[in-house]
Design a protein around this ligand. Structure first.
Ligand code: MN
Length: 486
């Protein structure tokens, strides 16, 4: 399982810590009433506060505080009843205030943890260092004019939660699993939509390497603002390999900030990494320390939904699913709900097989989503019922399912319309068997001489003769009797 880079001089392991900027789901910004809606005309959602006009005062948005606390609780983290907003000073054209209001030494959320669901069904716990609230900057657009840059301040002042992991991740794959799980938890909580394409979740990866067996941390490089899970993994892989090559050539890694080029699949230096003291952090004099009450926290805690880990454990205990299936089904609340609707009052294993198998395959094939599924949970449940009561064989059910995807019709209606009902009439099956036996006396003899594997061939012939509608169990039973003369 361990991910090792084999170098010229020996084996190396990767040490990864991730910082995720997750946009808080809220109607208005962290310190102003301007809208946060995505996709508006540039610079139409900008208050004087967001534009950094002199004399404007920030006012904290209580919903954003609530969302940060909710997320902290979802990460089993310590909630700090007193936290402090600080100014992080730097100059950039899309940061009109000249500083970002963030949290420095007193974040709203302290240490927590996140459980990775490994592909083999096992789990691994990764430490969360902290979660703090901060403002987003505006957006610089450099590709609209040959010599000018444009600035869109719609995003300026939007609330972000920066979730910082401990350097506990050891492979690109684990980094991917961490991001997937974090996004899943955020979506369950409704605190961030997790949409990486729209930039509502962006990841910075801190990467270093060390020889296997070494315990200290070596110099890390930070890869900034990667906006897809696959890119994060590619960036880590490239960066780690680069470190190994530098060390093995006798060089040293400089702490720096790097950019990932998704076309060339490489990272390159952006600037030498600033240290915290470069930002001249100090408590924002426009804002009082943020003090929340335990009752406020308790109230949010009482309203938390069942989260992925708890749901996964319940699916395993209540429905007897294995860890992998349960993990896939609970990754999104909507697919978990879909499964539970199908499984309700039915055999959960069969329900799971249909959802994980034919249903997900149909979703991929048709390009549909859980929000607009190719077959409704009610109809899929109805199909399973038709197998249960003997109307359909497993084989016919697959055909009916394909028709359900194609036509959107309910399974019972399709069975009637297409005459797909399974033949359980012994007379009809017997007649079909007799025809096959009569046409193949040599094969009948072979079976009687002990070549019983040929019975499968007879089953196939009878199923073919009945256009797949004969009940396979009945065919097998009657064939054995007739051919073997039992
Ligand atoms: Mn940040």
């Amino acid at each position: 399982m361990a991910y090792i880079i084999q170098g010229e001089t020996g084996d190396w392991e990767i040490v990864i810590g991730l910082e995720v900027h997750a946009q808080v789901t809220s109607k208005s910004k962290l310190f102003s009433g301007a809208s946060t809606e995505f996709g508006a005309e540039p610079n139409t959602q900008v208050s004087f506060v967001d534009a950094g006009f002199p004399g404007m005062l920030p006012v904290i948005n209580e919903i954003c505080v609530e969302q940060a606390v909710r997320t902290g609780l979802g990460l089993n983290a310590r909630i700090n009843l007193t936290s402090v907003f600080a100014r992080k000073n730097y100059f950039y054209a899309d940061l009109p205030q000249g500083y970002q209001i963030s949290q420095f030494d007193k974040p709203i959320v302290g240490e927590g943890e996140l459980v990775l669901d490994m592909p083999d069904g096992s789990t691994r716990t990764v430490g969360i260092e902290r979660l703090h609230l901060e403002q987003d900057a505006g957006k610089s657009i450099h590709d609209m004019h040959p010599s000018k840059s444009f600035i869109d301040l719609n995003r300026s002042g939007v609330a972000l939660m920066e979730v910082v992991s401990k350097p506990d991740l050891r492979s690109p794959e684990e980094a991917g699993l961490y991001l997937t799980k974090l996004r899943s938890i955020l979506r369950y909580l409704g605190t961030c939509d997790g949409n990486m394409q729209e930039g509502s979740m962006r990841c910075d990866a801190n990467v270093s390497v060390r020889p296997v067996g070494e315990t200290g941390l070596r110099t890390r490089c930070e890869i900034k603002n990667v906006n897809s899970i696959r890119y994060v993994q590619q960036a880590i892989e490239f960066e780690a390999r680069r470190h190994v090559d530098v060390y093995e050539a006798g060089g040293d890694i400089r702490q720096e900030t790097r950019l990932f080029d998704s076309v060339k699949v490489e990272t390159r230096s952006m600037r030498s990494k600033e240290q915290a003291h470069d930002y001249r952090y100090f408590p924002d004099p426009d804002l009082l320390p943020l003090v929340i009450e335990q009752g406020f926290v308790d109230g949010i805690k009482a309203g938390l939904p069942e989260l992925p880990d708890a749901k996964k454990a319940r699916f395993m205990a209540e429905y007897g699913l294995n860890a992998y299936d349960a993990g896939v089904l609970v990754a999104e609340r909507i697919s978990a709900d879909f499964f539970e609707t199908v499984a309700k009052g039915r055999d959960a294993k069969i329900a799971c097989n249909w959802v994980m198998g034919d249903f997900f395959a149909a979703m991929n094939a048709t390009g549909k989503t859980m929000e607009n599924p190719p077959v409704s949970a009610t109809d899929l449940g109805g199909l399973i019922d038709l197998i249960g009561d003997g109307t359909l064989s497993g084989r016919l059910a697959k055909d009916v399912f394909a028709l359900m995807v194609e036509t959107g019709k309910a399974p019972a209606a399709l069975v009637e319309e297409k005459g797909l009902r399974q033949v359980t009439d012994t007379g009809a099956i017997e007649a079909a068997i007799d025809v096959v036996i009569k046409a193949n006396p040599d094969k009948v003899q072979q079976v009687r001489d002990g070549k019983t594997t040929l019975l499968g061939w007879f089953t196939g012939q009878v199923m073919k003769a009945t256009q797949g509608k004969a009940n396979p169990a009945m065919v097998n039973e009657m064939l054995a009797k007739k051919v073997l003369g039992e």
